[in-house]
Design a protein around this ligand. Sequence first.
Ligand code: GLC
Length: 458
Amino acid sequence: MKSNIQMKNSYQKLEDNFGISRAVQLKMINDLHTEMSSGLIGQKSSLRMMPSFAEPPKGNETGKYLSLDFGGTNLRIAATDLMGNGNVVEICAEKKVIDKNVQAGSKENLFDFIAESLSDFIVKNDMNNSDDKLLGFTFSFPFEQLGLTSGKLLSWTKGFSVGGVVGEDVVKLLNESIAKKGIKNIKIVSLVNDTVGALAYGRYKNSGCDMSVILGTGTNAAYIEDVSKIKKYALGENLVGKMMVNTEWGNFSKLPRTAYDKKLDEATENSGLNMMEKMVSAKYVAELVKIIFSDFVDRNIFSVKIDKQEQAASLFAAENISEVVGDNSPELKFVEKELKSLGMNGTNLKDRILFKKICDDVMERSSQIIATMIVGVVLWMDPKFDKSHVVAIDGTLYEKASGYKKSLMKNVDNLLGNNAGKIALILSKDGSGMGAAITGATRGGVSDAKISRKLSAI
Ligand code: GLC
């Protein structure tokens, strides 16, 4: 068992490794701009900077749409009515967990699961015999958009490993399963990444919104770019205007990583990729805490040992970190409970304080990284902060993790200094799905016909 001093030293070392200084933040922003710039012109970059081929909505789009949001953890289907004037009414909605068999099964299994869920939703809500049902499809993975209603999957992320889908058009695969299932009158009118959906929704409701962030199972962001700066595609001469761009920032690689981050990455399906996502998002923060915890246990820094079997059986996830971070009881009762679930019984208050600090540090670093990335993207759009910006954020980590919203805002404002207050962060719940419907309704602007790919540049 270690002394108090050794416990303190170990913790101090962790805090030093996980802290992100202002100098590091400024360097990250610099690197972010270099990577964004390279990505936009089709040069090697850790940021894919995927054009969505969709212009930002105006807020006056109307019509009834279905939206199908296939994320990292859930499938959400909804029927929405776009009322114009920035109003969206959700008529009915349903959420299903995407289970492990789907995440790692065959492509037929995956798209049949989506089609079947859609079919059930339609029958349940008595829409079977209605005319054309316009559907916006949100697919929360990196894909190369070939037009507003077609896109090829580039790689799986967030632990998915379904065979045979990379390189395929996901709309085509979905249409095949819809046809197999015999669902009548479905017309897919848009394919969007969840970031683009969240941005479309944020913009529909608020014309000052020019960026979106997803902070859930994974993380990513989209923003509004001048079409003239997107050089990776030949978008046609004299084509001016704005387009929503999916950065795929989860793959940003210019970050100081610790030995713990490396260990976590080695155990993932997409090792070597999406480094930033693995330091930040809900799917990974709990793994990171567990890795640090095990290391501290192995080095006897806690006053008690653990039952390894109990630890292996633990379902410790981001929600549990949230409980630890939010525990302000004098004896840290919730922390004690979480430690028990990790196989550590008989803890004293110091053990609990130490575990809480581990969780606090992991979450604080997540928030600092995201704050830096947000400020970086806003500075890219508006280098002198000539105006204020609204960032629409969707995802459980932002919505539900104890203290996360507050900490993110604080970190953004700290970084902004004199410009503090110029970035507003707003929760845009389920915006990623509704935004697909809105994008389908937007049309016009940059239409598929105007797109010719400059193959040599990609
Ligand atoms: C992953 C995906 C990305 C998605 C994000 C949030 O990073 O690659 O496309 O937007 O998760 O769901």
